[in-house]
Design a protein around this ligand. Sequence first.
Ligand SMILES: [Zn+2]
Length: 150
Amino acid sequence: MLYEIKKGRAVISIKTKRAIDWLSSAYLRPTRQRIALAEVLVGDDNHRHVTAESLFDSVKSTGDPVSLATVYNTLAAFCDAGLLQEVTVDGSRSYFDTNTHDHPHFYWEDTHTLTDAPAHQLRITQLPEVPEGAEIGSVDVIIRLRRKTV
Ligand SMILES: [Zn+2]
């Protein structure tokens, strides 16, 4: 969080303003730790996919002390508030996406990274019939990629 004092007035950086606006859009109180994490997530106005560990490493490099437990709790709070969507690639690996609209993903198996796949190229023409009394909550499309060996 970068505060700059100009002529006795606190001026906040554009990153901090974006972070605070993002938190406010979900009625979350902008605490110091939430702002520090939100700056990393949305400070540059680009969508990103993070794990708790990668976000922890990123925020650590900014010099803001936030524990890994706080990162986990804050990510859960951001998801509950609708600011992030959780994408589970396998049972143990969760990614958090700042793009909360439905869209397909590429999962790069060698680097364990998740990136957006072009949604306009995806066609789902038929889904299996669901069991009686059930309805589809969502359909997650994760395309697993591996590098071609030449
Ligand atoms: Zn995404």
